[in-house]
Design a protein around this ligand. Structure first.
Ligand code: 5RP
Length: 253
């Protein structure tokens, strides 16, 4: 014991910080509370939606949910749901979906979304466009002031045929605000193009300035031959569940 020495000051104990994945799981579990027996459920794609699908599978197994039909939004989610024993179907058999739960890349204050950085935007838009209620689950890092701001991409699914022509057409549409179109590639496959579940390519659009009128931008993109669908989900989400360090916030349309 050193007499007269000042006692060591212990460092402040840091508050428990949740990881981004823990926040995603919290949002996902909250969303699954809206699922009821006998519902047709749109099953989203991505690391957040994966937690929701896991949870639905768990509740089915425990007998707490019964007679659910899942409509997957990607081959990956199809595989996951199959492995969990969730009965699956499609929009041909169930053109009206009771509830869809999916993640998003960006959420703006009007609950417009950017989706598809996981590459599944077409099937997601079809299934989520067919549902009565669409719950989006995100951690708070996904909240933005404007879609496509801060240099993040808006993905567009295009046909592989003459894709450079389509990419050039997309850039030209947004000449006035500065737009760069980049083909999405797979580093793990020697930079080969990323191919969607539907056999298409994705180009990422990067904007220099605010897109402004999102509806006009959406219409212009969809009018361009070669374009299949884009990742702006305008006026589709009915509820957004946001998990943050300070708790869960539920935003309703
Ligand atoms: C896939 C998507 C995903 O929902 C989106 O990319 C969010 O992914 P994550 O939950 O992994 O952050 O749109 O096409």
């Amino acid at each position: 014991i050193l007499m007269g020495a000042s006692s060591p000051i212990s460092p402040p104990i840091p508050a428990a910080v949740l990881t981004q994945d823990e926040l995603k799981k919290i949002a996902a579990y909250k969303a699954v509370e809206y699922v009821e027996s006998n519902m047709v459920i749109g099953l989203g794609t991505g690391s957040t939606a994966k937690h929701a699908v896991d949870r639905i599978g768990e509740l089915l197994l425990q007998g707490k949910l019964k007679s659910i039909i899942g409509i997957p939004t990607s081959k990956k989610t199809h595989e996951q749901a199959l492995s969990l024993g969730i009965p699956l179907s499609d929009l041909n058999s169930y053109p009206v979906v009771d509830l869809a739960i999916d993640g998003a890349d960006e959420v703006d204050p009007s609950l417009n979304l950017v989706k598809g950085r996981g590459g599944s935007l077409l099937r997601e838009k079809m299934v989520e466009g067919a549902c009565k209620k669409f719950i989006v689950i995100v951690d708070e890092s996904k909240l933005v002031d404007h879609l496509g701001g801060s240099g993040f991409a808006i993905p567009v699914e295009i046909v592989p045929f003459c894709w450079k022509f389509t990419a050039a057409g997309l850039m030209k549409l947004f000449d006035d605000i500065g737009c760069r179109a980049e083909l999405r590639t797979c580093p793990e496959k020697n930079g080969k193009p990323f191919v969607t579940d539907n056999g298409n390519y994705i180009v990422n659009l990067y904007f220099q300035h605010d897109i402004g009128d999102l509806k006009a931008a959406s219409d212009a993109i969809l009018r361009l031959p070669g374009v299949v669908e884009h990742g702006m989900f305008l006026d589709m989400a009915t509820t957004v569940i946001v998990a943050g360090e300070l708790g869960v916030t539920i935003k309703n349309k």
